[in-house]
Design a protein around this ligand. Structure first.
Ligand code: FAD
Length: 496
């Protein structure tokens, strides 16, 4: 007899969705979380009179009540949709290269084309053709997903472009490097520069954000995490916070329970791990119990970058410091080559690609009246931060933040004078709070060989063990919530 039907390790998006879906089906579920709040990346924290969003810049796949996207449907099926409200953003994103380029794309296919044609009249025809391709390809991709078998001739655009990078496709259509920088700026959402980013992701980003509208969660992503967690509790789920899993107990190829870091051994028929795949198989399970194929599979993959973030509460409205869009990318130049990719491996943040969100543009109630908040980030790998001696950590962190602020001031003059609260997070902060290898925020890197066409089997070689979260799917809120629901579905099928 087991203590629980299922134990969920980790209360990130994947864990929360799995827990709620399992409890909804009547299973007796225990959730274990190292941190003292649910959400993982999907959390907020408070400083002074501001509640800062940790992660979410743009939520994808929500759609509208009339035309629901996958995420809306999933949240509805979990019974949490009515507990959260969402705010649509009016702009897709703004891209700025100081003194050279400043373009804001609307959330509208024709509007995107018109905006770019007006700014780059010499490439009018190419712009239209490029976005016809982006859409045509994206729609083929969706229909391929729904019905992956069949004749390849049904998918002529997939056949031609499936194994091309975003950079290669932009080179085929565009001449002006400044023009390429506008779609290219999306690379920050996946963490691979355009010369490495599969074109599929660029197409999916445009189609899903335009058709299903970019949103944020009113109250920040913590509201969504709380709603999923409260639903889990109301269905009889139990949870322990400040209580990590130290081991997933595996005997003779079967997961039988969890040993907590408080020293309790709790048994269950099924275990869902929302910890990273790397931590699950190298820290949580005794090596002798892990099939070699798992290590072989992980050897060929690399963790995505982490992030260096500055959270700022400003004592002014966004417009006073030149913040005109919900999401802005600042590029130091139009270079889309490996230079910026390599820069992610450095400590210095001088002249980096960076992005910032300001929810208050679309939702003036997000921060206290007369104020707004900004989350400014640049993607960074953790290695250089791991080499910084502890005695120099604070100084290095503020030096790098200072360089980013200088760059932001070129787009938002005077922003520094309005800072009321500021907090800085480095890749080590993400390592600490998420327990992800090297603080990776997007799971494994999504190179072509690891991209959607080659999705690894979800079949777990350890009976009773299931994974949920950003290490077994694409990164992002919608995919990780979906992965939790899928893990629960697989368990329910197994449980009969
Ligand atoms: C700065 C930043 C910006 C982002 N921007 C966006 C965006 O704009 N749009 C978007 O869609 N996505 C965005 N993302 C990505 C998105 O937030 C993540 O893909 C998603 O939240 C990850 O969910 P997850 O299920 O993988 O869990 P995680 O968020 O990784 O959480 C895992 C949880 O497991 C817990 N845990 C780990 N090990 C143990 C253990 N041994 N025992 C108990 N608990 C454990 C951790 O404490 C954590 O709470 C962003 C992420 C970051 C960090």
């Amino acid at each position: 007899m087991h203590d629980y039907d299922a134990i969920v390790v980790g209360a990130g998006n994947g864990g929360l969705a799995a827990g709620a879906a399992l409890a909804q089906s009547g299973l007796k579920v225990l959730m274990l979380e190292r941190h003292n709040i649910p959400g993982g990346s999907a959390t907020t924290f408070c400083r002074g009179r501001f509640e800062f969003e940790v992660a979410l810049h743009q939520l994808s796949d929500m759609g509208t009540p009339e035309r629901p996207g996958t995420l809306r449907t999933l949240l509805d099926s979990l019974g949490v949709l009515d507990e959260v409200s969402f705010v649509s953003m009016e702009d897709l994103y703004r891209v700025v290269i100081p003194d050279r380029l400043d373009v804001t794309l609307p959330v509208d296919r024709q509007g995107v084309v018109d905006t770019l044609q007006e700014r780059f009249p010499a490439e009018k025809e190419a712009i239209k053709k490029f976005f016809d391709l982006v859409y045509g390809y994206g729609l083929e991709l969706y229909s391929f997903y729904r019905n992956p078998g069949g004749e390849v001739e049904r998918f002529p655009l997939l056949k031609r472009y499936a194994f091309r990078t975003a950079g290669e496709v932009m080179d085929e259509f565009f001449q002006d490097p400044l023009l390429k920088a506008v779609p290219g700026a999306y690379w920050g959402y996946i963490g691979l520069t355009p010369n490495r980013l599969p074109f599929s992701y660029l197409s999916l980003l445009y189609v899903s954000y335009i058709e299903m509208l970019p949103c944020h969660v009113r109250g920040g992503s913590q509201s969504l995490s709380n709603a999923m967690f409260n639903r889990f509790l109301s269905l009889g789920g139990e949870a322990k916070f400040n209580c990590g899993a130290k081991k997933i107990v595996v005997r003779d190829g079967v997961a039988t329970g969890v040993l907590t870091d408080r020293g309790e051994e709790i048994s269950a028929r099924f275990i869902v791990s929302n910890a990273s795949k790397v931590a699950t198989f190298t820290d949580l399970i005794d090596p002798g119990e892990v099939p070699k194929a798992i290590f072989e599979g992980m050897k060929g993959r690399t963790p995505s970058p982490s992030s260096f973030n500055i959270y700022m509460g400003l004592d002014c409205e966004p417009g006073e410091v030149g913040i005109t869009a919900s999401t802005t990318t600042i590029l130091p130049d139009e270079d889309m080559s490996d230079r910026h990719f390599n820069q992610m491996r450095r400590l210095d943040t001088e002249n980096s690609v960076m992005g910032f969100s300001c929810y208050d543009v679309a939702d003036p109630t997000f921060s206290p009246p007369g104020t707004c908040q900004v989350a400014l980030l640049t993607l960074r790998y953790a290695e250089p931060w791991l080499r910084v001696p502890p005695s120099q950590y604070a100084a290095e962190k503020y030096r790098c933040a200072e360089a980013m602020l200088r760059q932001m001031e070129r787009v938002c003059p005077g922003v520094r004078d309005h800072i009321e609260e500021i907090e800085v997070a480095t890749p080590l902060t993400f390592m600490r709070y998420l327990n992800s290898p090297y603080g990776a925020i997007y799971g494994f890197e999504q190179y072509m060989k690891d991209s959607l066409f080659f999705e690894a089997s979800r079949q777990m070689p350890i009976k009773g063990l299931y994974l949920a979260g950003g290490w077994v799917t694409d990164c992002g809120f919608a995919p990780t919530i979906k992965s939790g629901v899928s893990a629960a579905g697989a368990i329910l099928r197994q449980a009969g």
